[in-house]
Design a protein around this ligand. Structure first.
Ligand SMILES: C[C@H](N)C(=O)N[C@@H](C)C(=O)O
Length: 727
C-alpha cells in the first residue's frame, strides 16, 4: 500500500514538490473523477469517512466511559491515581495529533497514516481488553497490559484524528466549499452519534453483563475494540473512491528553517540603517522562495489566532469533571427512570445531534436571510459567549444546591438529633437550652428526627442532661464540642443514653451511605453487595457502607444461612442509620433514619447549562474544524488540524492545573471561568478583526512569479494532474 509521489530537485530551499500546491483549487486537485452521491456535489467517498468516524468515536468514548471505574474496581487504584491517569490519557490523545499530522503531510500521506495508525489503535484496544480478563496473569500483568493498551490507543486515536477530518475535506472540489462546510457538520454529527450510543451502551455492558464472576470489563472494552476494527474495514473499503493527495515532502522542516532564518536575519539587520520590511517573515526572502514565505505567513497567522482558544476547551472539558460532580449533589430521579450522575453527560452528544440540524437548517439560513454575512470568527466568538453563559447558569445552580446542603456547624455551634428508641416520647432537657421533645421512633411519623442547633457559649461543654419519658426520668451526662454534630440514642425502660458523633457531610459521588446501630446483645456482620461491616452488640455502631442509589437488601448470618434485611430505597447523597432493635428469629426488627437528607435539587436544572454549552460547541467547534481546513495550505491541512486539536489538549491542562490549585468555592470557580472566557473572547474578537482570511489567489501570483524566475526545465510546481495516486 503505497502512495507514489513525484520527487523534485532540491536545488533551492523551499522548492520541493510540497511547496507547490497550497490550496485545493481545482487546478491542484488530483484529476481522478470521484463518484458523487446521487444528484449532489457530495463525493460518495465521504460516506466511508463518516461511518469510519462514527465507529472510531464509538470505540474511543465507549472505552473512556468505563475507564475510571475499571481503574478503581478492577485495578484497585485509589481515586487520585485513577483520576490522574484518566486525565493524562485524555491529554495524550490530543497531543498525539502533533505526531500523526506531520507523518501524514510529510511522509505517508493521509490515507496510509490513517491505515497504519488504525491498526495500532485496534491492537491497543485488543491489548486493553485482554488485560481486563481476570484469568489472564496477575494484577501486575493487568496493569502493564492496560498501560501499553492505553498508550497505543492514544497514539492511534490522536494520530489519525487530524488526518481523518482533513482527508474528508480533501474529497471536495474547491468550488464545492458549501458542501464541504456541510460535510464538517455531518462529520461532527457522526462524532456525537458514536459518542452518545457508546457512552450509554458500554456502562451497561460492564455492569449488567456478568463474566468471570464480576463486572464484565473485558466485554466493555472488547466491543469498542470490535467497532474500531469495523472502522478500519470501512475506511479501507472506500479506498478505490478516495481522492488522495500524496505527501508533500518534509514541509515542516522547511517551515522551521524558514522561520529560523527570518528571525536570525532580522536580528543580524537590527540596526536602523536597514529599511524595515512589511512582515518579519519577509526577512527570509534572501534564502527562501516567496511562495514558501507566503505559506508560512498563512499558517503562523492562523496558529497565532488559535492562542486564546484553549480557554473554550477548558470550560467545555469540565462537563466530565466539575459538572458531573455537580450532578452527584443533585437528584436524578425522573420518576419513570433514574440516571446515574455520570450518565447526565450524554446530554451533550444528544444535544449536538439536535442542535446541528437546527443551526444548519434554521438559524444560519435565517441569519443569511437578514443579509448578515456570518463569518467563521464571529461564529466562534458567539460560541465562546454561549459557553461563558453556560458557566454563569452553572454558578446559579451551584448556589441553589448549596442552599439544600446539610448545615455545617460553625464555631460555638453544634447540632444534635435525638434517636428515641424508648417506649414513649422523650423530653431531653440540656441546661441552658430549650427542651428537645422527640417522639419515639416506634411511632408512625417519627422516623426522621431533625437536627437541633445548639449555640454554645464556650468551646467545650459537659452537660448533665435530663431525660423524661412519662413518669420515668434519668440523668444523661453528655459532652458536646463546637463545630460537631451528634446523635443522642435514648433506649430501654430505664432510659439509657449514648452520644454518637456524626459527620454531616454528604456521601461523595451521589452515592448513599448506610450504617448499623446494633442494639442486640450480640455482635453482627451485615453485608451489602461486596462490602461487609460489623457492629458490636449493645449499641455498637458500624462504619458506613456506601452504595449506589436504589432499593437495597442487606444480609446477615443466621446460623449457617444468610438472612435478608430489606432496607428500602437508599437515595442519592443521603446517609442513613439502620437501628437493629430486636431479634425476631427469622428476621431482625429495625428502624431506619435519614441522618443526612437526600439530594433534593433536581438534575433537570442542569439542562439549560448543557443546552448553552452544546450550542456554543456547535458554533465554536464545528466552525473551527472547517476553518482550520479552509485556511491551511494543502501541504499543511493535517498540521493545522493538529494545531486545532492541540488547543483541546491545552484546555485539558488548564483544567488540571485549576483543579489541583482549587482553593475557590465551586460557584466562585465557575463564575471565574465564565469571566475568563468572556475576556478571552474579547481578545479573540480583536485578533479576528485584524485577521485577513487566506486566499488562494495570494499564491497564484507567486506561482506566476516563480515560474518566471526558475531556470528552464525546472518545475516550479507539480501540477496535481501529474501526481499519480496509487494503492
Ligand atoms: C462529544 C463532543 N461533543 C465532541 O464532539 N467532541 C469532539 C471534540 C471530538 O472530536 O470528539
Amino acid at each position: 500500500m503505497k502512495e507514489e509521489m513525484l520527487i523534485l530537485p532540491e536545488s533551492r530551499e523551499g522548492k520541493k514538490s510540497g511547496l507547490s500546491s497550497y490550496f485545493s483549487t481545482s487546478a491542484s486537485s488530483p484529476t481522478k473523477k470521484v463518484p458523487k452521491l446521487c444528484g449532489t456535489n457530495y463525493p460518495l467517498s465521504i460516506m466511508f469517512i463518516v461511518v469510519n468516524e462514527f465507529c472510531e468515536r464509538f470505540s474511543y468514548y465507549g472505552m473512556k466511559a468505563v475507564l475510571t471505574l475499571y481503574f478503581l474496581n478492577y485495578l484497585h487504584w485509589d481515586e487520585n491515581l485513577s483520576t490522574t491517569v484518566y486525565h493524562a490519557f485524555s491529554g495524550l490523545c490530543y497531543f498525539t495529533p502533533l505526531i500523526g499530522a506531520p507523518i501524514a503531510d510529510a511522509w505517508l500521506g493521509k490515507f496510509n497514516t490513517i491505515f497504519y495508525l488504525s491498526i495500532l489503535y485496534v491492537i491497543g484496544h485488543v491489548i486493553k481488553s485482554v488485560g481486563a480478563i481476570p484469568t489472564v496473569g496477575s494484577t501486575e500483568v493487568h496493569v502493564a497490559l492496560s498501560i501499553i493498551g492505553l498508550i497505543a490507543i492514544a497514539f492511534g486515536t490522536g494520530g489519525i484524528k487530524p488526518c481523518v477530518a482533513a482527508f474528508g475535506g480533501d474529497q471536495f472540489e474547491e468550488e464545492h466549499a458549501q458542501e464541504r462546510s456541510k460535510f464538517f457538520s455531518i462529520f461532527y454529527l457522526s462524532i456525537n452519534a458514536g459518542s452518545l450510543i457508546s457512552t450509554f451502551v458500554t456502562p451497561v455492558l460492564r455492569g449488567d453483563v456478568k463474566c468471570f464472576g464480576g463486572d464484565c470489563y473485558a466485554l466493555a472494552f472488547g466491543v469498542p475494540a470490535a467497532l474500531m476494527f469495523v472502522a478500519l474495514i470501512v475506511f479501507v473499503a472506500g479506498s478505490g473512491m478516495y481522492k488522495k493527495y500524496p505527501p508533500q515532502g518534509n514541509i515542516l522542516a522547511s517551515v522551521f528553517r524558514c522561520i529560523g532564518f527570518a528571525l536570525k536575519n532580522r536580528w543580524r539587520h537590527r540596526s536602523k540603517q536597514y529599511p524595515k520590511r512589511e512582515h518579519w517573515l519577509d526577512w527570509a526572502e534572501e534564502k527562501f522562495q516567496k511562495r514558501l514565505i507566503t505559506e508560512v505567513k498563512m499558517v503562523t497567522k492562523v496558529l497565532f489566532l488559535y492562542i486564546p482558544l484553549p480557554m473554550f476547551w477548558a470550560l467545555f472539558d469540565q462537563q466530565g469533571s466539575r459538572w458531573t460532580l455537580q450532578a452527584t449533589r443533585m437528584n436524578s430521579d425522573f420518576g419513570g427512570f433514574v440516571l446515574q450522575p455520570d450518565q447526565i453527560q450524554i446530554l451533550n452528544p444528544l444535544l449536538i445531534l439536535i442542535l446541528i440540524p437546527i443551526f444548519d437548517l434554521c438559524i444560519y439560513p435565517l441569519v443569511r436571510c437578514c443579509k448578515i454575512d456570518f463569518k467563521a470568527i464571529p461564529k466562534m466568538a458567539i460560541g465562546m459567549i454561549l459557553a461563558a453563559l453556560a458557566f454563569a447558569v452553572a454558578t446559579v445552580v451551584e448556589i441553589k444546591i448549596n442552599e439544600t446542603l446539610p448545615p455545617v456547624p460553625k464555631a460555638q455551634v453544634s447540632y444534635l438529633q435525638v434517636l428515641n428508641l424508648a417506649g414513649g416520647d422523650v423530653d431531653v432537657d440540656i441546661p441552658g437550652f430549650e427542651i428537645i421533645k422527640q417522639p419515639s421512633l416506634y411511632g408512625a411519623n417519627a422516623l426522621d428526627p431533625d437536627y437541633v442547633k445548639l449555640e454554645l457559649t464556650t468551646a467545650h461543654n459537659n452537660f448533665d442532661a435530663k431525660l423524661t419519658v412519662g413518669a420515668v426520668t434519668a440523668d444523661c451526662p453528655i459532652h458536646i464540642q463546637e463545630k460537631s454534630s451528634y446523635s443522642l440514642l435514648v433506649y430501654g425502660d430505664n432510659l439509657n443514653c449514648d452520644l454518637i458523633e456524626e459527620s454531616q457531610t454528604k456521601p461523595a459521588n451521589g452515592l448513599a451511605a448506610v450504617r448499623f446501630i446494633n442494639m442486640l446483645n450480640r455482635d453482627i456482620n451485615v453485608t451489602i453487595g461486596e462490602s461487609t461491616v460489623s457492629a458490636k452488640g449493645n449499641n455498637g455502631v458500624s462504619p458506613y457502607i456506601t452504595v449506589k442509589r436504589g432499593k437495597i437488601t442487606a444480609t446477615y448470618p443466621a446460623g449457617a444461612e444468610q438472612q435478608e434485611l430489606d432496607l428500602g430505597l437508599l437515595n442519592f447523597g443521603a446517609a442513613y442509620s439502620v437501628i437493629l432493635v430486636r431479634d425476631l428469629g427469622d428476621t431482625i426488627e429495625f428502624k431506619k433514619t435519614e441522618d443526612v437528607s437526600a439530594n433534593s435539587f433536581h438534575v433537570a436544572w442542569q439542562v439549560p447549562q448543557y443546552v448553552l454549552l452544546s450550542a456554543g460547541e456547535v458554533m465554536f467547534s464545528v466552525t473551527g474544524l472547517e476553518f482550520s481546513y479552509s485556511q491551511a495550505p494543502i501541504s499543511m491541512k493535517s498540521v493545522l488540524q493538529a494545531g486545532w486539536l492541540f488547543t483541546i489538549a491545552i484546555g485539558n491542562v488548564i483544567v488540571l492545573i485549576v483543579a489541583q490549585a482549587g482553593s475557590l468555592a465551586q460557584w466562585a470557580e465557575f463564575i471565574l471561568f465564565a469571566a475568563l472566557l468572556v475576556a478571552v473572547c474579547i481578545i479573540f474578537s480583536i485578533m479576528g478583526y485584524f485577521y485577513v482570511p487566506a486566499n488562494p489567489d495570494d499564491l497564484k501570483e507567486e506561482e506566476e512569479l516563480e515560474k518566471k524566475q526558475l531556470p528552464e526545465g525546472e518545475p516550479s510546481a507539480i501540477p496535481m494532474e501529474e501526481r499519480k495516486t496509487k494503492m
